[in-house]
Design a protein around this ligand. Sequence first.
Ligand SMILES: *Cc1c(COP(=O)(O)O)cnc(C)c1O
Length: 396
Amino acid sequence: MTASTPTSPGQSTRAIHGTSLKDPHGAPHLPIYNTTTFAFPNTAALLDVVEGRTPGALYTRYGLNPTTFALEETMASVEGAPAALAFCSGMAAEMTLFAQYGRDGIVCLGDAYGGTLELLGDQLPLLGIETTFLLGRELARLEEALKSGSRLVFFETPTNPALEIFDIAAISDLAHRYGALVAIDNTFASPVNQRVLELGADIVAYSATKYLGGHSDVTAGFLLGSEELLAPLRGWRKNFGTTIAPEPAALLSRSLRTLTLRVRAQNASAQAIAEAMEADPRVARVLYPGLASFPGHELATRQMQGFGGILTVELDADAETTCRVADRLRVFALAPSLGGAESLATQPVTTTHHGLSPSERQRRGITDSMIRLSVGLEDTSDLIADLLGALDEVSR
Ligand SMILES: *Cc1c(COP(=O)(O)O)cnc(C)c1O
């Protein structure tokens, strides 16, 4: 957009035209710089880049590759963030974040992604990084944890698989009073449905493997925030070697061009499916932020622009019957993960929360009769017909 444009461009425009890097031959997008290193005309030019006087390509693992620059610039623009760092996975992004900002202790709120819970609970304590885990109903203890010195509050909203909604502005206010940072894993919502930095969070983390990639064909991650907060993360990324490679970076730039279209279609389809499931007598409960019956509906309406493509259906059935319903699905594939064009169904007890003990699952409100749906881009009518057909197993 030119400087004379009176209003700032919308999110779809930024997703398509978000980088200032242009192909010299006029191609609509950059070629993939599938190279590990870059040559210089002389030592003075090389030192300008090495010593940071001129921005430029140098070495791909450092993140100094034009394909990476274009992706990060576009993603920052889509998020409305000052800066972005791309990683080779969502977990790589989280590990880098925790290494820099988690060393005085982390508070993890609610149900986080299984890999996050393992990293925080099993691996990071080996490095002396301790995490206090608080469920939503224990939120009153957050202040106590902040008083005892934790300097990073980390959470997801909506959570997996119960879609619990946390008040981003209120939690950020409290954390900031104690000088702590707030980092949010915004993977479920995507920047189309929720912009956590505008609500007061300091850093936003993504598994780009999900909605940002959107086609179940690329593993990647992001951290976004102020240049000041991201600057110390560059060294960790460079020397952990957790940078994104050029080919997945180019795939992600491709995916971002259709992000708003995909996510809005998934929102609409998930809403229709949630309503159809809620109306079915074989379903005990539907957890979806877009339903008026959902406990977090009002808060979600305030802080989200859309309710997302994930819902959890709790059947009026035992574990074995729930399993039969899941197995009978034909359009929904039985798989973990989410955010792709293809719809996926998963029972949290068999996948994402399989590693937890039955008592821990009960404490977290995860039951044997839950099926989590990631709504893709197929026709909504086919998805509803698939679910209704599978539900016939309940009455059998
Ligand atoms: C998948 C996922 C991750 C981990 O991302 P990877 O790209 O698989 O490393 C982290 N957080 C959430 C919410 C996820 O869904």
